[in-house]
Design a protein around this ligand. Structure first.
Ligand code: IPM
Ligand code: MG
Length: 369
């Protein structure tokens, strides 16, 4: 088949990790007889510098026309002035919202060979295999009013946490469908003891759960969930939660895997179109040093093959090649090694042939869509 991919490398280490991920995608495509065409676009800080806006219209149009978007990272100290009218992050948020990508999937399953890289004791990590489904286009990130005003007592700033029943239902439904393909457990996380929006969230989650009797459900307050992610991480299967709780909890969950540089994500909406990005940021401190870990972006390509292109075999081939490379001791600096970004990408590519020969296991997750 032929795939049309929009690349948005963005800022900091974004271009470095995208380069390696693209090479892996090209290699897998050749191996399985597919072709891929790319267009490349500005987003974030580099877009602000070039055009004055974080999401230029031609970037949006190209992303809307492509089958999938592969994004590096946005942001950096150059654009961090809290008083600035435009910020790189606005580009990413606008793209998620305008493409209608309301669900963000962030799987976390530590590699056995990397258990010593996590600050948690290895015995705590055994059996950890969870996926966070983060609501992505609602909540505090997008609610209005969102403003800053001058009042009699000085400046005043407002963000609004708003959710509709529809927004909650579709993402919780997705969590239950995904859970049915895994260990059949959903943990819905809210702050229903304090927030009205969370009380609606819980009410809808209870209703959805009733229609999925084969899936166990639990409702957890976000503070207690934050603690349990560290004390009993293997007790989770599918986590579903609102936008900001999901943002915070996925950085916390990344600690389980040993490095945030390893983790991929998929952002999906009503159809197959998706945006794929590593969960790490632009890491300005290491940008340009060729030491960034490309694995999170390479695994995002695997998710792209699975969810937007329907190529499960190819997705698993990449996932196996990554696992094999890590097992063979190939490591970038964040996981205790010395390989460059490029050498790590090559290490994965070199293992694709062997990984392809390994055959594929059952394609559970993609069946939820
Ligand atoms: C993430 C990031 C973004 C978010 C930022 C860069 C806007 O932290 O994808 O987790 O908060 O969603
Ligand atoms: Mg985040």
């Amino acid at each position: 088949m032929h795939a049309r991919i929009a690349l948005c490398p963005g800022d900091g280490i974004g271009p470095e990790v995208i380069t390696e991920a693209r090479k892996v995608l090209d290699a897998v495509a050749v191996r399985y007889g597919h072709t891929v065409s790319y267009t490349e676009h500005l987003i974030g800080g580099v877009a602000i510098d070039a055009t004055g806006t974080a999401l230029p219209e031609d970037t949006f149009a190209a992303c809307a026309a492509a089958e999938a978007v592969l994004l590096g990272a946005v942001g950096g100290p150059r654009w961090d002035d809290p008083k600035a009218a435009v910020r790189p992050e606005q580009g990413l948020l606008a793209l998620r919202q305008r493409l209608g990508l309301w669900a963000n999937l962030r799987p976390v399953a530590p590699y056995p060979c990397l258990l010593d890289r996590s600050p948690l004791r290895p015995e705590k990590l055994s059996g950890v295999d969870l996926i966070v489904i983060r609501e992505l286009t609602g909540g505090l990130y997008f609610g209005t009013p969102k403003e800053r005003t001058m009042g009699p007592e000085g400046l005043r700033a407002v963000d609004t946490l708003v959710y509709t029943e529809h927004e909650i239902r579709r993402v919780v439904e997705l969590a239950f469908r995904i859970a049915a393909t895994r260990r059949s457990k959903v943990t819905s996380i809210d702050k229903a003891n304090v927030l009205e929006s969370s009380r609606l969230w819980r009410q809808v989650a209870i209703e959805v759960a009733e229609r999925h009797p084969g899936v166990r459900v639990e409702h957890l307050l976000v503070d207690s969930a934050a603690m349990r992610l560290i004390t009993h991480p293997s007790s989770f299967d599918v986590i579903v939660t609102e936008n900001m709780f999901g943002d915070i909890l996925t950085d916390e969950a990344a600690v389980l895997s040993g490095s945030i540089g390893l983790l991929p994500s998929a952002s999906l909406g009503d159809d197959r179109k998706g945006m794929y990005e590593p969960i790490h940021g632009s890491a300005p401190d290491i940008a340009g040093h060729a030491v960034a870990n490309p694995v999170g972006t390479i695994l995002s390509v695997a998710m792209m093959l699975r969810f937007s292109l329907g190529l499960e075999r190819e997705a698993q081939c990449i996932e196996r090649a990554v696992e094999e490379a890590l097992r063979d001791g190939c490591r970038t600096r964040d996981i205790g090694g010395t390989l460059t970004t490029h050498a790590m990408g090559s290490a994965v590519r070199e293992r694709l042939a062997e990984a392809a020969a390994g055959g594929s296991s059952s394609a559970m997750l993609s069946r939820a869509f």
